[in-house]
Design a protein around this ligand. Structure first.
Ligand code: C5P
Length: 295
């Protein structure tokens, strides 16, 4: 099968931020039903797919903490795809990791989605779109949202995804506390606290919320309190960075990354400089990817 013809196929896998995240409740399968508006940002992992010389899937990664075996989301994606379409030729995957791990930025999910889309194209339609979405959902709750290139509204346990248009076009400054947070521990803590505030996850899609200042008023994350319970240093980091910069920060997903919304590149760079000057925390200026980027 000429999936590779011996050459190299490359993809980039963007990170995400959850602008809003509502947790509706625990399901019979142990997962939680969610509603979230998820934006993609210009922080990417790089992926190269090459023809392999071993029948087993070979994964190489620039980051030593990333598993390169069956635990890797890319490995699971390829395995599930070959269960669906039949044996794939031997392949080697090189993963250039730039998205921090355990950071709520969806790096592992995005890597898996990018490999699925790359193979989907190479297999020229042999995997139907609905099979692709099904495989993505099997790999992980967040993977489906990365099958779409920009902002989506996500529901179910994450597998129901609808592309949406965000009225705000801007910049997200990320702050990386020097630790990760376990997603399953955060959901377990949410379950123990158990409140379900009735908030509208899609509120940030209304035309009114077209500036960072207005958007800051309506962004929320139902997991935030549970993130602080599981990892009290997260609350400290958020308090420090907000106090020192007088800027509002939000937790993405189950943490540990914090983000601030800014309307211009200049404002975003100025905020990063303040963070660098006033704290030990690492930060990065990114832009929110919009439908304009994919034209
Ligand atoms: O699906 P994924 O592997 O990304 O989920 C990691 C963990 O996060 C799950 O094992 C589960 O504990 C929790 N989770 C959840 N409800 C979701 C998504 C994730 O409880 N919708």
């Amino acid at each position: 099968m000429s999936v590779f013809c011996g050459d190299r196929h490359s993809a980039i896998a963007p990170a995400k931020i959850n602008l809003t995240l509502r947790v509706l409740g625990r399901r019979a399968d142990g997962y939680h039903d969610l509603e979230s508006v998820v934006a993609k940002i210009t922080l990417y992992d790089g992926i190269d797919l090459l023809a392999g010389d071993d029948p087993a899937i070979q994964i190489e990664c620039t980051h030593s903490a990333v598993p390169t075996d069956t635990q890797n989301t890319i490995w699971r994606a390829i395995e599930l795809l070959s269960n669906c379409v039949g044996p794939l030729p031997p392949m080697r995957v090189q993963l250039h990791k730039r998205i921090p791990l355990g950071a709520g930025l969806g790096g592992g999910s995005s890597d898996a989605a990018s490999v699925l889309m790359l193979l989907h194209r190479r297999l020229e339609g042999r995997v139907g779109d609905s099979n692709l979405a099904h495989i993505a959902a099997e790999v992980g709750s967040d993977v489906c949202c990365f099958l779409h290139p920009h902002t989506v509204s996500m529901s179910g346990r994450g597998e129901i995804v609808r592309p949406v248009e965000l009225p705000w076009r801007g910049w997200a400054v990320l702050v990386f506390p020097p630790f990760g947070v376990s997603t399953s521990a955060v959901y377990a803590a949410w379950q123990a606290n158990g409140s379900v505030p009735d908030r509208d996850a899609e509120i940030c899609l209304r035309d009114t919320y077209n500036t960072a200042e207005k958007l800051d008023e309506v962004l929320f994350n139902d997991l935030e309190g549970s993130v602080f319970t599981v990892e009290p240093r997260m609350k400290e980091a958020k308090d420090i960075v907000e106090d020192k910069t007088q800027q509002r920060f939000h937790v993405t997903g189950s943490g540990s990354t914090l983000f601030a919304c800014l309307d211009s590149h200049e404002q975003a760079e100025q905020l990063k400089q303040r963070i660098d000057r006033l704290s030990d925390l690492k930060s990065l200026v990114t832009r929110v990817i919009t439908s304009e980027d994919n034209k």
